[in-house]
Design a protein around this ligand. Structure first.
Ligand SMILES: C[S@@+](CC[C@H](N)C(=O)[O-])C[C@H]1O[C@@H](n2cnc3c(N)ncnc32)[C@H](O)[C@@H]1O
Length: 258
């Protein structure tokens, strides 16, 4: 059998997800069995189908193993359970979660928008015992699992179920730090991000970007800041991962000056 490229499968503890190229479809079962043979913890291998809708969830096709949709996953010392059909999750962001959690100073007010099952919020809350961590998420299933994960990790996070556009008003000038991991449409929420930011708030902003055109995303942020009569200073940027031949997912960190 040909070597399985590492980037082509993602594992959440007991569950492995495969993204198959058309030419790999006929060998799917063989690849899945090999994954299960090498990784004894893996009980199910699914094919990843397209991400869809506001909740960014996926459909999955079972290739090998048991029809088990409940993932038990450990990341950066925290535990997560979630049903892969009902919520969005990507282990490819584990480095980002670590990078941000390491920057948090105890006592900060942190706002995690688009919080999913809580990977950012929980890893941040572990470092931030004196501060307040608020996580806003639209999908009620994601909130259900986030609450379970908060209990599992014995941290304090306030879960707010609802639309960032509506819930944000309770957090005007609240945040020392904001995480905005919705690359597909984060630009639509810049006004809300700026509203919730305190003076000197650090924002971790995820976005799609045409390859090599990160400056265009920064221009969008600057224009929105200008409209909202605040200033922004860019302090960090990186390509998180390639998304398609023409697009990357990038993170831009900036400070809001009010
Ligand atoms: C790309 S996922 C990120 C999830 C999580 N932060 C993670 O890293 O696993 C985006 C999340 O934003 C949620 N979402 C989308 N639009 C939203 C909105 N207007 N208000 C609150 N949450 C929203 C989706 O339900 C989804 O869980």
């Amino acid at each position: 059998m040909k070597m399985i490229k590492l980037h082509s499968f993602e594992a959440f503890g007991n569950i492995a997800l495969l993204k198959l190229k058309p030419e790999e479809k006929s060998r799917a079962k063989e690849i899945a069995n090999e994954i299960m043979k090498v990784n004894k913890r893996i009980e199910a291998v699914f094919e990843k189908l397209k991400v869809r809708g506001r909740y960014r969830t996926r459909n999955f096709r079972l290739i090998a193993g048991k029809r088990k949709y409940l993932a038990n996953y450990k990341e950066n010392g925290c535990f997560f359970v979630f049903d892969i059909r009902k919520v969005y999750f990507s282990s490819r962001l584990s480095y980002e979660r670590k990078r941000i959690a390491e920057q948090v100073k105890d006592g900060e007010n942190v706002l995690v928008l688009f919080a999913g099952v809580g990977p950012y919020a929980i890893q941040i809350a572990k470092k931030n015992k004196k501060g307040k961590v608020v996580a806003i998420e639209l999908n009620k299933w994601a909130c259900y699992y986030m609450q379970k994960n908060i209990e599992l990790n014995k941290v304090n996070v306030e879960v707010v179920q609802g639309d960032v556009k509506k819930k944000i008003f309770a957090y005007r000038d609240f945040a020392d730090r904001i995480v905005a991991p919705l690359p597909k449409s984060s630009y639509k929420f810049l006004k809300e991000i700026l509203l919730a930011a305190k003076n000197n708030c650090i924002v971790h902003y995820y976005s799609f970007s045409k390859k090599g055109k990160i400056e265009e995303i920064k221009k969008v942020i600057e224009e929105e800041a200008k409209k909202n009569k605040v200033k922004v200073d860019f302090i960090f940027e990186r390509v998180v991962r390639g998304y398609s031949p023409k697009e990357d997912i990038v993170v831009i960190d900036f400070v809001v000056r009010k």
